[in-house]
Design a protein. Structure first.
Length: 93
């Protein structure tokens, strides 16, 4: 997994998430609910793909972690401080 050193690298990575995980985005369009989190909802196409073996749980976990990290950093006023904090918790790899 890539290690991020700068705020801009993390923000760029967040912006490229869609292009790096096209398969997951396409599957998510088939979920019953438009606000599906792909964790607990019934009739989730992501969960179905994982169970069927067409999507690896590892790939989905990487996508989900990157998405949460990018969201956390983007919501903070002091992005460098947010990244440092997450680094101390070993949330960024």
């Amino acid at each position: 997994m890539k290690k991020f050193n700068k705020v801009s690298e993390i923000m760029d990575s967040a912006n490229n998430l869609d292009s790096d995980f096209v398969d997951i985005l396409e599957l998510s369009k088939r979920c019953k609910f438009s606000n599906c989190t792909h964790t607990t909802e019934q009739e989730c196409s992501i969960k179905k793909a994982i169970l069927e073996g067409t999507l690896s749980v590892e790939r989905f976990n990487v996508y989900y972690r990157l998405k949460k990290e990018a969201k956390y950093v983007s919501e903070k006023k002091n992005k460098t401080k947010a990244i440092d904090y997450m680094g101390k918790l070993k949330l960024f790899r």
